[in-house]
Design a protein around this ligand. Structure first.
Ligand code: 5GP
Length: 192
């Protein structure tokens, strides 16, 4: 059986990468989404095992020590990580797997697993990004300020990605990422 391919999708908070990932999953049943683990508290409406596995710091550290995370990072005051076993299992089963993680994690994944594709989702403009982060309204002013600062730092990493997709139109951005995934899948099937 042909192995699946690993795709890492990053972009600043507010670039719309979460929505793009949801749409990709709806479109293609051969895609699996890796649910990350975090020590952050759930936001309103977030569901355990769907948005994240919400754990405490001790549980997170335990998994990390046991080699259970493919990558991890601290963002603001919380830890985030990708459970290794499920991702690698899905790839073996032939699924294309999407990780929606930040650039620190993306580069760790590329080091550990070079046969992956890094896609950066860019907001159409800094003004638009600011409006999207502020408009979320679920966090305090201080957290929004920090998210904006992090977002600008994140954008500076885009050039190290294999692809950059500007999300100025959701349908077009989803189509572009789909197209990249299809093309990259062909690369692996030729090489195998
Ligand atoms: P949020 O708190 O807004 O859900 O996520 C904050 C940041 O952490 C986002 O940039 C998101 O992409 C990133 N993130 C989410 N899950 C992971 C993960 O498993 N690993 C890493 N390195 N970053 C993650």
């Amino acid at each position: 059986m042909t192995r699946g391919k690993l795709f890492v999708i990053s972009g600043p908070s507010g670039a719309g990468k979460g929505t793009i990932c949801k749409r990709l999953l709806e479109k293609d049943s051969n895609i699996r989404f890796s649910v990350s683990m975090t020590t952050r508290l759930p936001r309103e409406g977030e569901v355990e095992g769907v948005d994240y596995y919400f754990v405490d710091k001790t549980e997170f550290e335990q998994l990390l020590i046991n080699g259970g995370l493919l990558e991890h990072n601290r963002y603001l005051d919380n830890f985030y990580g990708t459970p290794r076993k499920q991702v690698l299992g899905w790839i073996e089963e032939g699924y294309n797997v999407i990780l929606e993680i930040d650039y620190h994690g993306a580069f760790q994944v590329r080091d550990a697993y070079p046969d992956c594709v890094l896609i950066f989702i860019m907001p159409p403009s800094i003004e638009e990004l600011e409006a999207r982060i502020t408009g979320r309204g679920t966090e305090t002013e201080e957290v929004r300020e920090r998210r904006l600062k992090e977002a600008l730092g994140e954008i500076a990493q885009a050039e190290k990605y294999d692809y950059t997709v500007v999300n100025d139109n959701l349908d077009a951005a989803v189509d572009r990422v789909s197209q990249i995934m299809k093309e990259e899948q062909n690369v692996i099937s030729i090489n195998q």
